[in-house]
Design a binder for this molecule. Sequence first.
Ligand code: ZN
Length: 240
Amino acid sequence: MSVPQISEGSLLTAAAKAPRIDIKTIAPEGTVLIVNPHPDDETFGCGLAMAAAALEGRTIAIALLTDGEGSHPSTKTFAPNELAELRYSEFARALEILVPSRRVDVLRLHLPDGKSRYEASLAEEVLPFARSHGASVIWSTWRDDPHCDHETAAALGRDLANDLAIPHWSFAVWGRFGERYVPSCLCTFDAPVLAPRKREAIAVYRSQIDPHMIDDSNGFTMPPALVDHFAEHPEIFVHG
Ligand SMILES: [Zn+2]
């Protein structure tokens, strides 16, 4: 996936006119189970909604598909397991900022970053976690996010929701940018009072936003314009 440099796209154009959605609609009573491809998608994609859901008294649980070790494939400073743990430490800190009042349980699936494929056995692996946490809704990345791990998360979210007979909401991360199909069931969530908290959580992800932190000219860095975009723009949800 080539990294977009500017925050433009058909989804963003549609989002400007899309209806705003209430947190109680996307987070019914119980537990929000987030199917998250990489450590950081939860913060960039649905950090505001996660914080708002926790303030409404919802429990948050996360199925984390990969450890994110693929973001810097050529680093000589970090072994893959060290990079994975760095990314997990950023993830854990971001969760503390977004959901300070309660513990967020995480199921780590350790799928290969950048190489995952959805198989039904994945849902079988996550279902006991979802059931034991009383999942009342699934949030996942969007099926049209152009990244294989995001597609895996979307398919897993869909099947978990079907198996549990609960709603599925997708949040768009990379699918926000560029020209693509716009679903009719698009809506946005915003909570300006929580925006400083989201920006603080984004700042924790230094491995993803600071090009000087890890020695890898092939490494991923979120462009500053997109950091600002994610920190300031309403979150984009699609039903299903
Ligand atoms: Zn991702």
